[in-house]
Design a protein around this ligand. Structure first.
Ligand code: HEC
Ligand code: HEC
Length: 414
């Protein structure tokens, strides 16, 4: 299957990076340099890897696997200091890649709210360099926008139809915002190693799974403050009986300059409300947030729930920007962003893009006239002209996200 996108969507996400901060929040514009850095990493990362990764390259990856395994082994920890590795074995994830033994200092973690990836099973890991600190308090940007230190790494592995297909890395190259190396590594046939694939691949290993290009990593990961999406205060606020990384554990290990409460954060509302807000935070918020160009240029929808706005569902930007008809449109610089919806105005926020779907974003108790529901239930690969999210999925998450949003819309007071 293909990433077939109408040009408007492609253009909209291109170059999306730090734009305006939240109205009223002092400006964390350090991120403005972002895409330049990511671009540079891209150029270096693609050296010698251009072209397709069919059978021939898979064979090459197999050979490289031995060499790469050696290199990773000698460095010997999650700190293996290779700035832009081209083999997974060089990233420091495993001390023994064949046995899949994790390096010392590498922890598994699970976000509370996951991204829907068309049934793929996912595993995630994190590594903090010795003495490294997550900055939680600079620029008054709020606890949900962390800034990560040089040498910090995150990995995510994708399996589909029982095959381990790819492992992605987000590796911090410097202390600055958005200074990341981001790429996917495709596993070889013998599963001895995985090779960086900056140009991505459709239908990898004969499955329906698409490995994203480096550009697509940026479309989702370079659109908020410092690129990590599932490793955040909200997403780590849960227990993990398997011993994975949680907010409590990261606090205990001293990973923060100013620590969040070890008990973490909770989205407001009933279970139905939490599920819908959490799903939209994880699956939509990376594009629909105040740092993104989508917010600045396309639509004023804001689905990244800020932890300083979780007193009640009705005060979240997600609720207000979807349901309240007082929420200003994207080109409206006069109307203030409401912090509460006045009585009689919870009738559905007006769409910015008139020809995309219905007239309103979310109409309480009226699924058929709610664009959010419509756009989540269509796929371009199935012939639709638009879909949400715009990339990364070809299958509707019917039983998960769509059901959660449906239940929420039906629960809203008219
Ligand atoms: C469609 C948007 C999208 C695309 C494209 C995408 N990601 Fe992600 N990624 C996410 C979201 C959302 C999460 C957090 C939720 C989850 O893991 O289920 C995430 C999680 C991750 C994680 C775990 C750490 C974290 O931030 O939570 C890594 C590592 C990662 N992605 C790397 C990559 C790389 C490398 C690419 C490109 C090859 C890429 N991603 C492409 C949306 C995306
Ligand atoms: C990869 C980025 C990305 C993700 C993720 C994403 N969107 Fe969007 N969204 C866009 C872009 C870009 C547009 C503008 C569409 C256009 O220009 O045609 C848009 C437009 C919309 C609109 C129309 C808004 C208006 O005011 O007219 C809705 C509704 C919407 N998105 C909902 C969602 C929901 C719900 C999710 C999650 C299930 C989501 N989006 C995930 C990029 C994204």
């Amino acid at each position: 299957m293909k990433y077939l996108l109408p040009m408007s969507l492609v253009l909209a996400v291109t170059g999306a990076a730090c734009s305006d901060p939240d109205p009223g929040t002092p400006g964390p514009m350090a991120g403005a340099a972002g895409l330049g850095n990511a671009g540079a990493a891209g150029a270096a990362g693609s050296g010698g890897m251009a072209g397709d990764a069919g059978g021939a390259s898979a064979g090459t990856a197999g050979t490289g696997g031995t060499a790469g395994g050696g290199a990773g082994g000698s460095a010997g920890s999650g700190g293996a200091d290779n700035p832009m590795p081209t083999m997974l074995s060089q990233t420091g994830l495993y001390s023994d890649i064949t046995a899949k033994t994790l390096s010392p200092g590498v922890y598994a973690f699970e976000p509370t709210y996951a991204l829907w990836s068309d049934t793929a099973a996912k595993k995630r890991w994190v590594y903090m360099p010795p003495g490294g600190k997550i900055q939680t308090d600079a620029n008054n940007r709020g606890m949900e926008f962390w800034q990560f230190p040089k040498g910090f790494k995150l990995w995510k592995e994708f399996s589909r139809d029982g095959k381990v297909i790819e492992t992605r890395i987000l590796q911090k190259l410097g202390d600055g915002v958005k200074d990341w190396y981001m790429v996917a590594f495709k596993w070889n046939e013998t599963q001895s190693d995985a090779l960086a694939l900056p140009d991505g691949e459709m239908n990898a290993m004969g499955t329906q799974h698409d490995i994203p290009t480096k550009k697509q990593c940026e479309d989702c990961h370079a659109t908020t403050y410092d690129n990590a999406l599932g490793f955040s205060a909200l997403q780590l606020s849960h227990d993990d009986p398997t011993g994975g990384m949680t907010i409590a554990k990261a606090v205990e290990l001293g990973w923060f300059n100013t620590a969040p409460p070890a008990t973490g954060y909770k989205l407001p509302g009933t279970e139905v409300e939490q599920k819908a807000l959490g799903y939209m935070h994880a699956n939509c918020g990376m594009c629909h947030n105040t740092f993104s160009n989508v917010f600045n240029a396309k639509t004023s929808i804001n689905l990244w729930t800020r932890l300083d706005q979780i007193d009640s569902v009705q005060k979240t930007a997600a609720y207000l920007s979807l349901v309240c008809d007082q929420w200003p449109g994207v080109n409206d610089k006069q109307t203030p962003f409401p912090t509460e919806c006045e009585p009689g105005h919870a009738t559905g926020a007006t769409m910015d893009i008139k020809d995309l779907s219905k007239a309103k974003r979310v109409v309480p108790k009226d699924i058929a006239n709610s664009s959010v529901h419509h756009l989540m239930s269509t796929r371009i690969s199935a012939g639709a002209t638009s879909q949400m999210p715009t990339i990364g999925t070809e299958m509707v998450d019917t039983a998960g996200g769509l059901a959660a949003v449906e239940a929420w819309i039906n629960s809203l007071a008219q």
